[in-house]
Design a protein around this ligand. Sequence first.
Ligand code: ASP
Length: 312
Amino acid sequence: MRFDRKDILDIHSLSKKEISMILDIAQGMKEISERPVKKVPTLRGKTIILFFEEPSTRTKLSFDTAAKRLSADVISISKSSSSIVKGETLIDTAKNLDAMNPDIIVMRHSSSGAPHIISKRVRASVINGGDGIHAHPTQALLDMMSVREKKGKIKGLKIAIIGDIAHSRVARSNIRGFSKMGANVNIFAPETMMPMEVEDLGCKKALSVESCIEKADVVMMLRIQKERQSNILFPTEREYATLFGLIRERLKLAKKDVIVMHPGPMNRGVEIANDVADSECSLILDQVTNGVALRMALFYLLAGGGKTNDKN
Ligand code: ASP
């Protein structure tokens, strides 16, 4: 199968076959990070620009690490170090970056849709590293990779996604991705953090946090996205933790072999209790490890490999 996409902007535009192909390649890439010399020449001579307008620890470092493991040249710019602070438009900034002839631009932006606008105006491939509340496709892909690796499948699993669904791009991309791959996605959010249209993405709304967790194979907790909330949507963090947080007692409702996930950064003691985050069922650091392999796979597919290598 050929991978003929120019950009990776959201999960919704990827087919089931394309997602499976990306996960298979990522699984193969994982071994490179376990070698004593963690580098292959695959993308030697290719240039990747990381343009992060919003803060990031995991995603940015993960893209950076992935690019370096494939021997690409990586250049990073942030909003504060770019001419955006002097009043340059996003489109002008992107066109100028593109004029330096990079192969891929990875973009994170606080405005939903920013990477989509840019992708139509630049020659380079664009990967969405998270845009506003809209999408975080590489997070969803690495989450699907982590579940498939641990459970051997995605189809038929009950996935519970809990927290600030309204402001979460991770939730939107994961609901779409896991549903597309045949999982049963159940979501729960406090009323004030539950968007109206969400069932259209392919999930069911649970009426309580307990019923969402009940018999789940996977429980994914989300951070409260205070930076995207204009009003205070819950009284106190202590009440949030008591009413909706993932504590041991609640987790007992899930299947015995449940796995717990979180995209990070975690607010320990709020949406997830310390002992759950650090428990044997936590997949949180495996998600980070798999994130590097997944992003290596995307770089490989977009910067040449997928275009010339007919697999089937
Ligand atoms: N790191 C994820 C994101 O950028 C989740 C979060 O920030 O809570 O969307």
